[in-house]
Ligand binder design. Structure first.
Ligand code: AMP
Length: 117
């Protein structure tokens, strides 16, 4: 696994920083966001240090499908699959991306306003 020494998500993936894990497998993991903005706010994160969506698509397009499948499973586990949820990818400064390690936010459990995440 490629990892960046100072990347928070790489360090969580290596268990150097604690997090509430909801899922982990060979390719990715899901954790609760440390600063939730909705009752369900979790992060789906590949283990490999991809900085953005394009890097994943170029390197491993099947991983995109895996991340979406996992999000679907987690929406059911979190019981928001029937009520609705939002998947959010913040990319770059205009989107307010804080951590430059690709991740998707899964938000739900209440009526979601815009902007989000
Ligand atoms: P983004 O703006 O899309 O880069 O979002 C980064 C998200 O990571 C924010 O919602 C933060 O609250 C969350 N976050 C930062 N550090 C941690 C951490 N140690 N554990 C869980 N979530 C974190």
């Amino acid at each position: 696994m490629n990892s960046e020494t100072n990347c928070v998500f790489c360090r969580i993936g290596k268990s150097e920083i604690e997090a509430q894990f909801l899922h982990t497998d060979e390719f990715c993991f899901a954790i609760n966001d440390i600063n939730p903005i909705s009752p369900v706010h979790l992060l789906v994160i590949p283990k490999f240090h991809y900085r953005n969506f394009k890097e994943i698509l170029d390197d491993d397009p099947k991983l995109v499908s895996h991340l979406f499948s996992l999000s679907d499973q987690l929406s059911k586990a979190q019981r928001v699959d029937q009520t609705g949820f939002r998947l959010v990818i913040n990319q770059g400064d205009d989107a307010g991306q804080e951590i430059e390690h690709f991740h998707m936010h899964l938000l739900g459990g209440q009526q979601l306003d815009f902007p989000s995440a």
